[in-house]
Design a protein around this ligand. Structure first.
Ligand SMILES: [Zn+2]
Ligand SMILES: [Zn+2]
Length: 246
């Protein structure tokens, strides 16, 4: 069941530690669903499968509509919801890092899903790409939705650095106005560090920002100041309609 008009490409946050819409549940972690493309993507699964499925149900997103699960990195607040989700819909391909433990991949296959380990940048389908693995210690990949005129970049925790991720995305889909959303991992950074990151992002062509999860309260506040009307307040239940961004 897809209850969105096909022409509307939307990113709906289904799991986050920030609230947007009552009475959805909040918990530490992140997940969103991208609809309106040829295929439907669940990006990350949050830290609690019961919360994930309850929020999807409340938002009228049928788990069986998901074709791809994209796991940004191994942290439990992004992957622990997977088993619950696969119990409801195992007919998906799970894109994960090739560095994920073999036990994790084996269990994912045992639950009925296809596993697609990611190394370098690649096209997932139509207009969806992975940045490929970025970073050595806490490596991560991010999802790019390329709409031609603009592109959206979705990050889990952005452990390799949000500006590093956007710079990689630019190499893959060329320079264009970018929307970024997800966790930017700035919750331990101070004001001047965060403002430096924001300046880098603007220099890379980021036009809209929807920070949530591990961006932190100060980071979210500073993004709001810096992006003004192009700041997007994100939390569980927020839908960003990419088709309306100009
Ligand atoms: Zn996280
Ligand atoms: Zn993380």
């Amino acid at each position: 069941m897809k209850n969105h008009a096909q022409s509307e490409i939307q990113i709906t946050t289904v799991f986050d530690n920030y609230a947007f819409q009552a009475p959805l549940k909040t918990a530490w972690g992140y997940a969103c669903v991208v609809t309106g493309l040829d295929k439907t993507v669940l990006f990350d699964t949050g830290g609690d499968g019961a919360v994930l499925l309850a929020n999807m149900k409340a938002l009228n997103i049928d788990p069986s509509s998901i074709d791809y699960v994209f796991l940004s990195h191994i942290d439990g607040d992004h992957t622990d919801g997977l088993a619950h989700f696969l119990a409801v819909n195992p007919n998906v391909t799970v894109h994960l890092l090739d560095s994920f433990p073999s036990d994790f991949m084996a269990e994912t296959r045992r639950l009925g899903a296809k596993v697609h380990p990611v190394d370098g940048p690649e096209q997932i389908f139509e207009t969806a790409f992975t940045t490929g693995v970025i970073g050595q210690l806490r490596s991560e990949h991010s999802l790019i939705v390329d709409l031609g005129e603009i592109a959206a970049i979705i990050t889990g925790c952005a452990h390799p650095g949000i500006a590093t991720i956007v710079a990689r995305a630019r190499e893959i889909v060329d320079a264009k106005p970018f929307l970024i959303t997800g966790g930017f991992h700035l919750f331990r950074s101070n004001k001047s560090e965060i403002n430096d990151v924001i300046a880098d992002l603007k220099g890379l062509g980021v036009k809209w920002a929807g920070p949530c999860h591990c961006t932190g309260d100060l980071g979210i506040h500073l993004f709001k100041e810096a992006f003004g009307e192009n700041f997007i307040k994100v939390g569980v239940g927020k839908t960003i309609n990419l088709s309306t961004l100009k």
